[in-house]
Design a protein around this ligand. Structure first.
Ligand SMILES: Nc1nc2c(c(=O)[nH]1)N[C@H]1C(S)=C(S)[C@@H](COP(=O)(O)OP(=O)(O)OC[C@H]3O[C@@H](n4cnc5c(N)ncnc54)[C@H](O)[C@@H]3O)O[C@H]1N2
Ligand code: MOO
Length: 439
């Protein structure tokens, strides 16, 4: 970390520091200590949503062989040059080729082979007549609407009437016309969605080298916390932060493990941490970082060392902590304030970019747009305020008030309205920066 590793807010185990960090300083410091996770080879479906760590090069052509794009008859074009409905070309059917066929009949002059969509074009054939351009081997000379049930050996001696000329290459999908062996089909950094995974499968890749999803352990602290659904006693509340943060971590692309409701007891927290460290690429905590008597997060991480607790010039989200547990190569940790809105906004501003950096994303930040605010705003001097709002068509309207406990309004918001540090009041109609909470 830049800045001395000294506590900022008083609290047990952490010396006080007068320094206040700006949002940008804290973010820059945090990100300067993060890097993409080392690449690993994963089975295709486990790599969904991950970024390619190398160019994917095809070792095969696609299609891998000339094949038919229609159910019909493979034939030689000259044989159909004068074909009409009145005077069809009559061809001897020499075989029946299903998709996946290995052995193929040879098609000579005056001959055709029944062929199904995706089946290899047999030697000698120059085009495929869709069954609708033939009588389908019925002998009626009338256009067929399907191949019928016949086939296999029984078709070999039969005839088919072709009712119109068939041009060179008609209904043949040529080998390599989609992808040629040696082509770079996907470049490093590409996010693997369904179609990219399908392409990798099509070129025969069973595994792929990607930046893995970071494993994020989300841990909420507070002796007042109760697992949702459990009975609530006097002074207790349901633990909501661990759900918000775990879901937000998943939304950002992480594999997130929720560890909810660790009581304000340093020994218990230490024990939980020891258990969790083994499966974490990143630890995110909520609560216990202010100046209260039971703010055990600061106490415990002060013991581990390497975690810097700071105050930021922002509202909400003032008390923050960042560092690594277990030395310079240890597991990175972000400690977020306990107030639910503070925790969520801190996640969006600081944790999400960390996760996306670990994923190897090019752009790690939420989009920011300029918008006209429909109401007047006020903000504490010297702190960047993030108000919850709803954004549409270049206009933004605050939702709920400033309080960092207002989870009802938070759930209705789709953006954060930013009031800069040097503003204490903005009239309605002011243009403000708005952080959109969806990409
Ligand atoms: N004397 C001062 N008091 C406080 C200050 C300060 O500067 N001086 N800062 C305030 C600010 S700002 C914040 S933010 C909070 C942060 O405190 P903590 O991080 O220590 O969080 P807690 O005290 O544990 O909890 C705060 C609040 O949030 C509720 N909470 C906590 N965890 C959860 C959870 N998982 N789910 C739902 N709600 C949770 C908790 O019950 C408290 O109401 O400190 C201020 N105080
Ligand atoms: O900073 Mo606290 O996070 O204002 O509620």
């Amino acid at each position: 970390m830049t800045g001395k590793t000294d506590g900022c807010c008083g609290g047990a185990g952490a010396p006080a520091s007068p320094r206040m960090w700006t949002v940008d300083e804290h973010l820059a410091d945090v990100l300067s200590h993060m890097a993409p996770l080392p690449a690993i080879e994963l089975p295709l479906l486990e790599a969904q949503g991950c970024r390619l760590a190398e160019d994917a090069v095809a070792e095969v052509d696609l299609p891998p062989f000339d094949n038919s794009s229609m159910d019909g008859y493979a034939l030689r074009t000259a044989d159909t040059a004068r074909a009409t409905g009145q005077y069809p070309s009559v061809l001897a059917v020499v075989g029946d080729i299903a998709a996946g066929a290995g052995e193929l009949p040879k098609v000579g002059p005056g001959q055709a082979a029944r062929i199904m969509t995706g089946a290899p074009v047999p030697p000698g054939a120059e085009a495929v007549a869709p069954v609708e351009w033939t009588d389908g081997g019925t002998g009626t000379g009338l256009a067929a609407d399907s191949m019928g049930a016949q086939g296999g050996d029984r078709a070999a001696d039969q005839e088919v009437r072709v009712l119109r000329p068939v041009g060179e290459g008609a209904h043949i999908r040529r080998r390599g016309s989609d992808v040629t062996a040696g082509d770079t089909v996907l470049t490093a950094g590409t996010v693997l969605g369904p179609t990219q995974l399908g392409l990798l499968a099509a070129i025969g890749r069973g595994t792929v080298r990607v930046r893995p999803r970071p494993r994020v352990v989300v841990l909420s602290t507070g002796s007042e916390l109760v697992q949702p659904g459990e009975p609530i006693g006097p002074g207790q509340i349901s633990d909501s932060n661990s759900f918000t943060l775990t879901a937000a971590a998943r939304d950002a692309g992480a594999i997130a493990y929720r560890v909810g409701g660790v009581p304000d007891d340093a020994a218990v927290l230490r024990g939980v941490l020891e258990d969790q460290l083994g499966r974490a690429d990143l630890i995110v905590t909520s609560g216990g970082v202010s100046v209260g008597a039971y703010d055990v997060v600061k106490e415990v991480f002060a013991d581990y060392g390497g975690v810097d607790f700071r105050r930021l010039r922002m509202q909400p989200g003032k008390p923050q902590g960042f560092g690594r547990i277990g030395g310079a190569d240890g597991v990175p940790l972000l400690t977020l304030p306990g107030n639910p809105v503070s925790a969520y906004i801190s996640f969006e501003l600081f944790v999400r970019p960390v996760i996306r950096t670990m994923l190897g994303a090019a752009d790690v930040h939420r989009p920011v747009v300029r918008a006209v605010c429909t109401t007047a705003l006020r903000s504490p001097a010297g702190r960047r305020q993030f108000l919850r709002g709803r954004y549409a068509d270049g206009e933004v309207t605050p939702v709920g008030g400033e309080g960092s406990h207002l989870v009802g309004a938070l759930a209705r918001a789709d953006c954060l309205i930013t009031v800069p540090e040097d503003e204490t009041a903005l009239p309605a109609g002011s243009t403000v920066d708005v952080v959109l909470l969806a990409d």
